[in-house]
Design a protein around this ligand. Structure first.
Ligand SMILES: *[C@@H]1O[C@H](CO)[C@@H](O)[C@H](O)[C@H]1NC(C)=O
Ligand SMILES: *[C@@H]1O[C@H](CO)[C@@H](O)[C@H](O)[C@H]1NC(C)=O
Ligand SMILES: *[C@@H]1O[C@H](CO)[C@@H](O)[C@H](O)[C@H]1NC(C)=O
Ligand SMILES: *[C@@H]1O[C@H](CO)[C@@H](O)[C@H](O)[C@H]1NC(C)=O
Length: 466
């Protein structure tokens, strides 16, 4: 069933697939907030609607017919691949097959001289790089040195070359390729999700702390498609207001300065980089440090000058500020300057973590009273902030990380605000790239969100149950 629809800002093609085997289909369930995704069960078979988005603002009518053909091809292709999954249980050869197919399409476009459309080659190149990173990520997470991955790499490199050649011709409709990329990207994500069946027990703090983290899920490079935008953050509202349950947020810049935030109505919109609104911070309200979070439709961030904690209420667009007399401007985390205030939200509410002069750089946890926007309580820890990569709160417990090696961060310290007890530990957090700028937990899905050298990365958190 194919339904091409055209709207002002986007074209959506829905592909309906039938999954005969339920166990297999589990890994393909769209995440709950995928806007157009919908899952139904009937007679033991699962139906899953997958969507492919074309980030195309003007969709010429003469191309619709062509697109329909492409869509039919896509459906067939996906079905063939699903069959492969069913029969061989392998997933890697699927990617390889797609890549080969993609190469064929590039060649086809090379030879066809009609229906040109202006194309952003730089963006395509970035997507290729991103895809390469995802394949590498996947290879690591599957712990495989399979020749299939090597072939994938070769294919990607080859395609980069071809794209460069195409650019010289200054021709072509490469939107078709963009569909393939979107599809591949999602497949990779799904494959990563498939790695584990994760059942969050949202809101429950009846556990004895973090046991481990899943392998990282690398979603994609930031919405500016600029890996140079190293300083930023992304995530979901940790206490969403009604109607904004699936909202995602993002902000980044090439320096630690905080100038703007983008909001997305769903996960798909985030992936498509299609924000429903954007907030540019007016002069005098700019922030720094990038350890912001969104809680109750309000962004909590560190204001740059004067130094203070600030919030922007996204409902009313009103800014408020609160002085931080004890927080020092001398101690920042390892990976970035200016990180003096680290906001965090968990099952217990809203927190800010900082270091003080009197504590000689040791971290202090403060509970924020949301109504008064003041500090209601404080706890002194023995974690020396300059050695810490980042920190976050889960169920009233602060966890601090430190770099272990280029690809591993470790949770090395925990402080429980309820018992006032501290604990040293070593829980590895596999990193995609070195620098962690924004790291926080979200109690609504029990996931950890990381901004890692310009990439969106997330983890499932597993807890110790006794
Ligand atoms: C990864 O692969 C190596 C070598 O094949 C093996 O020794 C190791 O146990 C594997 N690790 C995991 C987590 O599967
Ligand atoms: C790379 O592309 C060229 C055509 O541009 C093709 O002849 C060659 O076989 C491709 N190599 C691989 C490994 O896909
Ligand atoms: C918490 O877990 C313990 C042990 O599993 C159980 O006995 C207890 O009833 C649980 N309490 C709540 C409130 O879920
Ligand atoms: C944000 O503004 C709305 C509307 O004025 C208000 O109802 C809400 O309580 C505010 N939220 C915060 C966290 O200040």
């Amino acid at each position: 069933m194919i339904r091409p629809t055209t709207s002002r800002d986007m074209t959506t093609l829905n592909v309906l697939l039938l999954f005969p085997i339920m166990g297999l289909a589990l890994g393909w369930l769209p995440v709950e907030d995928w806007e157009s995704g919908n899952v139904t069960t009937s007679g033991g078979a699962l139906e899953c609607v997958c969507s492919v988005f074309l980030p195309d603002s003007i969709f010429p009518a003469d191309r619709v017919q062509h697109m329909q053909q492409v869509t039919t091809d896509l459906r067939l292709e996906v079905e063939i691949q699903m069959n492969k999954l069913v029969h061989y249980g392998g997933k890697l050869d699927v990617f390889l097959a797609e890549l080969t197919e993609l190469t064929v399409r590039v060649a086809m476009l090379q030879s066809s001289a009609d229906n040109y459309i202006k194309l952003d080659f730089e963006m395509l190149r970035i997507e290729l790089r991103e895809f390469e990173a995802l394949v590498s990520q996947l290879r690591d997470s599957l712990n495989s040195s399979s020749p299939l991955f090597d072939s994938l790499y070769t294919e990607i490199r080859n395609m980069t070359l071809i794209v460069n050649q195409l650019e010289n011709y200054d021709k072509n409709n490469l939107d078709v390729i963009r569909i393939e990329f979107a599809k591949l990207q999602r497949k990779l994500e799904e494959c990563q999700k498939e790695e584990e069946i994760f059942k969050p027990d949202v809101g429950n703090c009846n556990h004895t702390g973090i046991m481990s983290f899943s392998k990282p899920t690398v979603i994609q490079v930031n919405a500016h498609l600029n890996p140079g935008y190293q300083y930023g953050g992304w995530g979901k509202d940790s206490k969403p207001v009604r109607g904004f349950e699936s909202m995602y947020w993002y902000g980044a810049y090439s320096r630690p300065n905080v100038y703007e935030f983008y909001l997305y109505s769903s996960y798909d919109k985030l992936i498509q980089r299609s924000s429903f609104t954007h907030h540019g911070l007016p002069q005098g309200y700019e922030g720094t440090g990038n350890n912001y979070v969104v809680h109750g439709n309000t962004i909590y961030y560190q204001a740059a000058n004067p130094f203070r904690m600030s919030k922007l209420n996204l409902t009313s667009s009103v800014y408020s500020h609160s002085q931080m007399s004890k927080a020092s401007e001398r101690f920042t985390y390892t990976y970035s300057p200016s990180q003096y205030l680290d906001f965090s939200a968990d099952e217990k509410g809203l927190w800010v973590i900082y270091a003080t002069e009197e504590g000689k750089g040791k971290m202090v946890i403060a509970k924020i009273d949301e109504k008064s926007f003041g500090i209601e309580d404080e706890w002194n820890t023995n974690s020396y902030k300059p050695r810490v990569g980042n920190a976050f709160m889960v169920c009233g417990v602060m966890y601090a990380t430190r770099p272990k090696d280029l690809n591993t961060e470790e949770i090395y310290y925990a402080y429980d605000t309820k018992t006032k007890e501290e604990k040293y530990m070593s829980i590895p957090l596999q990193k995609f790239q070195e620098k962690i700028i924004n790291l926080h937990y979200n109690p609504t899905d029990q996931r950890l969100y990381m901004y890692n050298n310009g990439y969106y990365v997330s983890y499932n958190v597993r807890f110790n149950k006794e």
